[in-house]
Design a protein around this ligand. Structure first.
Ligand code: SF4
Length: 338
């Protein structure tokens, strides 16, 4: 009998691990594709070998990490099926990722796709009608198998043709996690990540920051990565100030700074590193400096000296400002402007 291979959409969460293992337990080869974008999975960027080795050692799952950041941005900007509670375009996201995985089938010598979706688990994208739309619009009708809830769904081609034994598939349904946890125990799967915290597009604060960025013409990956770091203030239509909250964020801000950015820090007191991005006037620079002082040890002082320099330029200049008042500060906070 011909051996069939499956490609799995893999998020690193328990459900996707279980989906792979349920199919692998039938003697079917599975390759997991872990798509990453600045909104999810990006911490794996640059650590691909380590993540691949971990997944194989802990779960026996062969994994490949595929960065789809560039094309994904269009999905976030113009989702055909709209957004969820925040900036999460879940329907379009699934359609896009499944169709990207479908395109890899030939190259990988695989004949069907699997996901860890569970019927009724998510309000937007895991309703029965939504799941059908996802299959149709991703071009994966008949070849998209959801092993964890397959018994609630119409049999797929792999089941009809006997590549996969439908009797050994599952009937999970709804938002509960008990069945998944019991199955994980049966399969000896330990140390899996908790479900929360996966996708930045579901975070209301970060969504507010990203939404504002999407209106700008040339958004790049570093702009998006910056939304995860520090406190964010809109000082003008296209001018952003990011203030580090602790040492590690100051370092990240420095790493993510680009040509044309201005970096600010206190000359004589400990305090944050701030990054000013976009066009600015002397008045805007003063506001940026006064916000930087507000988050420093000199927040009670007057006429505090702030040094600023353009990224890539060693020439440092200084201005003296008072810390901004808390009331005025709130008018600039991006989350308040959303
Ligand atoms: S939560 Fe994020 S990663 Fe998950 S489907 Fe929605 S947009 Fe995609």
């Amino acid at each position: 009998m011909t051996k069939h291979k499956a490609l799995a959409l893999y998020s690193g969460g328990l459900d996707s691990i279980l989906a792979c293992r349920v199919i692998m337990n039938q003697g079917i080869e599975v390759k997991a594709i872990h798509f990453i974008t600045p909104f999810f999975g990006y911490d794996k960027k640059g650590r691909e070998d380590e993540v691949r080795d971990y997944s194989f050692a802990h779960y026996g799952i062969k994994l490949e990490i595929v960065d789809v950041s560039h094309d994904y941005l269009e999905i976030v900007k113009h989702p055909k099926h709209g957004y969820g509670k925040n900036l999460n375009p879940c329907m379009d996201c699934k359609i896009f990722l499944i169709s990207e995985a479908r395109k890899l089938l030939d190259e990988e010598g695989a004949s069907f796709l699997i996901t860890g979706e569970v019927l009724g688990q998510r309000p937007m994208s895991q309703r029965r009608d939504a799941m059908r739309i996802i299959e149709r619009d991703s071009g994966a009708e008949g070849i998209l198998l959801r092993p964890l809830c397959a018994k609630h769904l119409k049999p797929t081609i792999p089941e009809e043709r006997g590549w996969v034994d439908r009797d050994k598939l599952l009937d999970f349904k709804g938002r509960g996690r008990k069945s998944q946890m019991m199955l994980a125990e049966q399969l000896g799967i330990e140390g899996y990540p908790t479900p929360a915290g996966g996708c930045l597009l579901t975070d209301s604060n970060i969504s507010a920051r990203i939404r504002r960025l999407l209106n700008c013409a040339d958004v790049n990956i570093d702009d998006l990565l910056l939304t995860k770091v520090g406190r964010h203030f809109a000082l003008a239509e296209e001018t952003l100030l990011v203030v580090g909250r602790f040492e590690d964020e100051n370092k990240q801000i420095e790493q993510l700074s680009q040509k044309g950015d201005t970096l600010l820090e206190l000359s004589e007191n400990p305090g944050p590193l701030s990054l000013l991005r976009g066009p600015y006037t002397p008045e805007i620079l003063e506001v940026a400096a006064s916000i930087t002082v507000r988050y420093s040890k000199a927040r009670e002082d007057k006429r505090v000296k702030v040094a600023y320099r353009e990224e890539g330029n060693h020439l440092t200049q200084e201005i003296r400002v008072d810390p901004i008042s808390d009331q005025v500060l709130e008018d600039y906070r991006i989350e308040n402007l959303a």
